[in-house]
Each structure stands twice: as C-alpha cells, then as structure tokens.
Design a protein around this ligand. Structure first.
Ligand SMILES: NC(=O)c1ccc[n+]([C@@H]2O[C@H](COP(=O)([O-])OP(=O)(O)OC[C@H]3O[C@@H](n4cnc5c(N)ncnc54)[C@H](O)[C@@H]3O)[C@@H](O)[C@H]2O)c1
Length: 258
C-alpha cells in the first residue's frame, strides 16, 4: 500500500450497506479494514464486551496507530435485547473506542449508520433514556416484552441523539473529528430479504415506508453518501443526521424544520 493511503475501518463490512461502502472506498483508493462476524479482516461480535475488546485490540494493530475514518454500520433487526447491544452499545463502543486512532490523524471523520426508524412513533422514550444512560444490562432488561420495531427504533433514536451530542463535544469537533449519522430509509439488503421476496409484505412495507422517489434504495446509494462524509470534500459538516431515504422523512414529517 502506498504511503499516505487513507485508512477507513468499516463495521458490518460483510454485507449490505457496509459491503457496498467497503467496495466503493476500496475503488476510491482507500485501505479498508472490514469488521464483521465473518468474512472480515477483524472477526468480532460487536454485541458483546469480548467482541468489542477484540475490535479495539486488532484495529490498533491493523491500523498501525491511526485511522482517517470509521464507518459504524453493523446492525440487526428483530433480535430483541441483542438489537440494543449491537445497534447502540456496539456502535458507541466502536466510535468511542476508536476515537484515539481518529484523533491521531488530522481531519479524521466518522459516520454512524442510523435509520429513519429513529423518528417513528414506535420508538419508546423510556427505553431511549435507558440506552442514553449507558447501562447495558438495565437496557437489555427493559427490552423484555417490547415489540421488535419499538426496540429497533429506540436503538436508532438513542444512537442519533448520542452522536449529535458527542459530535459537538471537545472530544470530537474539538479534536477536529467530524462525526455524522446517515439515516437510510428502506434499502434492499439481507436485513430485508424476506420482506422483499414476499409480494404481500413488500406492499405492506411500501405503505408503511413510502418513498416519493418511487423505489427503495440499493446499498451503493447509501455508500455514496457515506463516501462523501468520510472524504476530504466533507470539511464542515458535523453532528448531522442525514436522511437518505428517497424523500420518506420529508413526506412523513412534513416541511417544518423546527
Ligand atoms: N436495510 C435497510 O433497509 C436499512 C434501513 C435503515 C438502516 N439500516 C441500517 O444499516 C446498517 C446495515 O444494515 P444492512 O441493511 O446493510 O444489513 P445487512 O444484514 O446486509 O448487513 C449488516 C451486517 O452487520 C453485521 N453484523 C450484525 N451483527 C453483528 C455483530 N454483532 N457484530 C459484528 N457485525 C455484525 C452482519 O453480519 C452483516 O454483515 C444497520 O445498522 C441497519 O440498521 C438498514
């Protein structure tokens, strides 16, 4: 690898949006360190403390002490309390744990992958508060008996709030690290394979998650936005939740911005 080649660590790199991000960054001349349960440079279960330790230990070695960018993309849907452990605690452990490696590079950038689900009324404010209190055991217990969509939406709402607060803090913006959230609408990935393969469920989800552009996204379309956010072209955006959703958020929440 040529000296000066930028290095980006991508979690969830084996599939979907993470795989598309890895492919487009690699094509653009980056060295990508992929993290996933399988088929990755670092195999780690980010839903567990041991897996998060593996991530940090191996990232330190593979990145040689510095990272230009981190994309925290790994996520799950429909796994009960494990959804909280992966989507919220795993993502925050990734961002916070790798922050020293980002701080070692000038102009570093980070992206967390959220979701339009963050604004859904299904999100449960009591659960969001438990997540933001950062007590994983308590949050996992609080997930018992809740609907899967409520758990998923709560994990993404808490993640967006955590990122917006962190992004403007001395540790992130103050250290010159630009942190933002990409919030996709429906994307055709393994996460939704069953939905997309069943015409009835496809029609139901299309009604629930309308896309004014008339179709749902391909992973490469989300990866393109992530690629911009980690590139030097993004020199001034921090603390934003950017909906990449075919217009869904603007349609559902309306034109008001406050
Ligand atoms: N597909 C959508 O419609 C959609 C919409 C909004 C947000 N998202 C978000 O996008 C992100 C990527 O999802 P995707 O659609 O590409 O799904 P995907 O299932 O194709 O990819 C997710 C990847 O994360 C990995 N992963 C899951 N649990 C992990 C763990 N414990 N440790 C390490 N890696 C783990 C999986 O192995 C997989 O490779 C997720 O955070 C998801 O919530 C997806």
């Amino acid at each position: 690898m040529a000296p000066g080649t930028p290095v980006c660590l991508v979690t969830g790199a084996a599939s979907g949006i993470g795989a598309a991000t890895r492919a487009s960054l690699t094509a653009g001349g980056w060295r990508v360190i992929g993290v996933d349960l399988r088929d990755a440079d670092i195999r780690a279960d980010l839903g567990t403390p041991a897996g998060r330790e593996t991530l940090l230990r191996e990232a330190e070695m593979l990145a040689d002490g510095a990272l230009n960018a981190v994309v925290a993309c790994a996520g799950v849907l429909g796994r009960g309390a494990d959804t909280l452990s992966v989507n919220y605690f795993g993502t925050i452990a990734t961002l916070e744990g790798l922050r020293p490696l980002l701080a070692a590079c000038s102009g570093a950038r980070a992206v967390a992958v959220g979701s339009v689900a963050a604004y859904f009324p299904d999100a449960d404010e009591a659960l969001v508060a438990r997540l933001l209190a950062c007590n994983e055991d308590a949050a996992r217990k609080a997930a018992a008996g809740r609907e899967e969509l409520a758990i998923y939406a709560s994990s993404k709402r808490a993640l967006a709030r955590w990122c917006r607060a962190a992004a403007v803090s001395p540790d992130w913006a103050g250290a010159g690290i630009l942190l933002n959230v990409v919030a996709p609408g429906l994307v055709e990935t393994a996460m939704n394979r069953e939905t997309f393969s069943d015409p009835k469920r496809r029609a139901q989800i299309a009604a629930f998650m309308p896309a004014p552009l008339g179709r749902h996204a391909q992973p490469a379309e989300i990866a393109a936005l992530i690629g911009f956010l980690v590139s030097p072209a993004n020199s001034y955006m921090a603390g934003q939740v950017i909906y990449c959703d075919g217009g869904q958020e603007a349609l559902q929440r309306g034109p008001a911005i406050s």
